[in-house]
Structure formats: structure tokens, C-alpha cells
Design a protein around this ligand. Structure first.
Ligand code: NAP
Length: 256
């Protein structure tokens, strides 16, 4: 099949949340390169529009705040067909210890990582099933099964997301839907910048002395899961830098 712009297309539509940077942007690029029409959602629409322009006429950008039920409802109503849903929007806010935890940050993390995923999945489920071979990929984290000091709010959110992924997989058994969670370790994106309130020095120190994953490395895992044949469900992919064996068990080489 050929698109109006002349690109090769597979006729399928992939919806990517949090496509304005990092893993979401890289995933949108890779899926588009593999023939998917893409719907890009995030709050920073100027970035999305630029990306959609780059990806061509089969790509379109739409405002999406997954923390806001009305925004998700509008976003989903605007989508006619959905074969693939990548629930990627989310992230961490701070590294507060429990004794000084800021509830507003906990709530915000729960809203974006957990309820956001619930809302987009609910909103697009009928369309995913109608496609005959729907795929949902939730972007979790190693933080979803490896708690660490200072991580409780984010750990709690990604643990909850993991439960949502597992339950969706069970509840959809017998229906034409594949459900996958991709759980990355350290990926160099805007993640740490957001986590540390825009403190660039603190954010870049996270990656000192090692080679972290890049967003494209995670996007390739997502592409792999999505492009398996309909009878193959890749339940979970855990991917980390070679230099990271556990969240805080990291090998750093000072000269890097
Ligand atoms: P990033 O560069 O900061 O990207 C986060 C994306 O999520 C942005 O596009 C952001 O877009 C979007 N987003 C955040 N809150 C949103 C909301 N309320 N509504 C809609 N979009 C929202 O970081 P990233 O590393 O690519 O993160 C992507 C996912 O990977 C997250 O779920 C994160 O938890 C997970 N992850 C990251 C790492 C890592 O080390 N980087 C490791 C494991 C898992 P707008 O701000 O424009 O809305």
C-alpha cells in the first residue's frame, strides 16, 4: 500500500503517548519508518507538530494530557482506527524519601504513569479490538519491580502500572489483543531533567562514567514486540545498559 505522500505503509495506525521527547519520540519515528501511520500525543504540541511534519502526511499530532480525563476523551474521540497503542507518557518527579515525601508529586506520578495509561487504554480498547490484532505496549521501568531508597513515589507508580499490564493481559485472554510491558533501566532522555526540576547538572551526573541506553534502543524493543505475528505476545522486555545490573548497581569508569 502507498500513502498519499508516496511512502510505503502497512495500513496500520499506531498511537504513541508522550511522543514529544525521548522514548516516545524515538518510538514514533521507528514505527513510522516501518509503515505505521502515527498519532502523536503529548502536552507540548509545538514539538509534536514539528515531529509530525518530519514524519510525513501519515502522521498527525494532537494535544494530550493523560492526567486530565477530558483531554484523553477528546484525544481518543479524534482517532478512527487504532492497531497499536504505546502508553509511554509518564516519568518521575523528585527523589524524596518517605519521611519528607511530597504528596502532590506522588499524585502527579500516579496520574501520568498509571491513570493516564488506564484512560488511554479504556478510550481506545474498542478500536484496538476491532483491528483484529491490537497491541498495547506499556512503558514501565525497572523501578516497577526494583524499589530503591528515594524512589518510593515512582516505584509505587510503576509497580501499579505493572499490575495494570498483567491484569489487562489476563482480562483480554481470548480477545484479539496483545499486551506487553517494556521495562527500561537507565535511558538518557529528558527524564532526569524533569525528575530534578530542570537541574541540568544533576541530571547529566546520572549518566557520568557509563554509556546509558538511548531512546532508540528502547524504541527497538517496542518495535520488536509490536511486529511479532498475531499469535505471539511478548509479555515483558527488561532492557538496561550493560553497565547497570540493578537500579543502583552500576559500573562507572571515570574517564568516560
Ligand atoms: P522524557 O524525555 O521526559 O519523555 C516523557 C514524555 O512523557 C514526554 O513526551 C512528555 O510530554 C510525556 N508526558 C509526561 N507527562 C504527560 C502527561 N501528563 N500527558 C501527556 N504526556 C505526558 O522521558 P522518557 O525517558 O522518554 O520517558 C518515557 C517513559 O519511559 C516514561 O513513562 C518513563 O517513566 C519511562 N522510563 C524512562 C526511563 C529513563 O531512564 N529515561 C527508564 C525507565 C522508564 P509533554 O511534557 O510534552 O507532555
Amino acid at each position: 500500500m502507498t500513502s498519499p505522500g508516496g511512502e510505503e505503509t502497512n495500513g496500520k495506525v499506531a498511537v504513541v503517548t508522550g511522543a514529544s521527547s525521548g522514548i516516545g519520540e524515538a518510538t514514533a519515528r521507528l514505527l513510522a519508518a516501518h509503515g505505521y501511520a502515527t498519532v502523536l500525543g503529548a502536552r507540548r504540541t509545538e514539538r509534536l507538530a514539528r515531529l509530525a511534519g518530519e514524519l510525513g502526511p501519515l502522521s498527525r499530532a494532537a494535544h494530550l494530557d493523560v492526567s486530565d480525563p477530558d483531554s484523553v476523551a477528546r484525544f481518543c474521540e479524534g482517532i478512527e482506527r487504532c492497531d497499536v497503542l504505546v502508553n509511554n507518557a509518564g516519568g518521575a518527579l523528585g527523589t524524596d524519601r518517605i519521611e519528607s515525601a511530597d504528596e502532590a508529586r506522588w499524585l502527579a506520578m500516579y496520574q501520568s504513569n498509571v491513570l493516564g495509561t488506564l484512560r488511554t487504554t479504556k478510550g481506545l480498547l474498542d478500536k484496538l479490538l476491532a483491528s483484529g490484532d491490537g497491541v498495547v505496549v506499556n512503558v514501565g521501568s525497572v523501578a516497577g519491580f526494583e524499589p530503591y531508597a528515594g524512589g518510593a513515589g515512582y516505584n509505587a507508580a510503576k509497580h501499579a502500572l505493572r499490575a495494570v499490564t498483567d491484569v489487562l493481559r489476563m482480562e483480554m485472554l481470548g480477545r484479539p489483543l496483545r499486551v506487553c510491558e517494556v521495562d527500561p533501566g537507565m535511558v538518557e532522555t529528558e527524564f532526569s531533567l524533569v525528575r530534578f526540576d530542570g537541574d541540568a547538572e544533576r541530571a547529566s551526573a546520572v549518566y557520568d562514567g557509563l554509556v546509558p541506553l538511548g531512546a532508540h534502543d528502547v524504541a527497538e524493543c517496542i518495535l520488536f514486540a509490536v511486529t511479532r505475528p498475531p499469535h505471539v505476545d511478548v509479555d515483558r522486555i527488561v532492557v538496561r545498559p550493560r553497565a547497570q545490573a540493578r537500579v543502583h548497581l552500576v559500573h562507572r569508569e571515570p574517564e568516560r
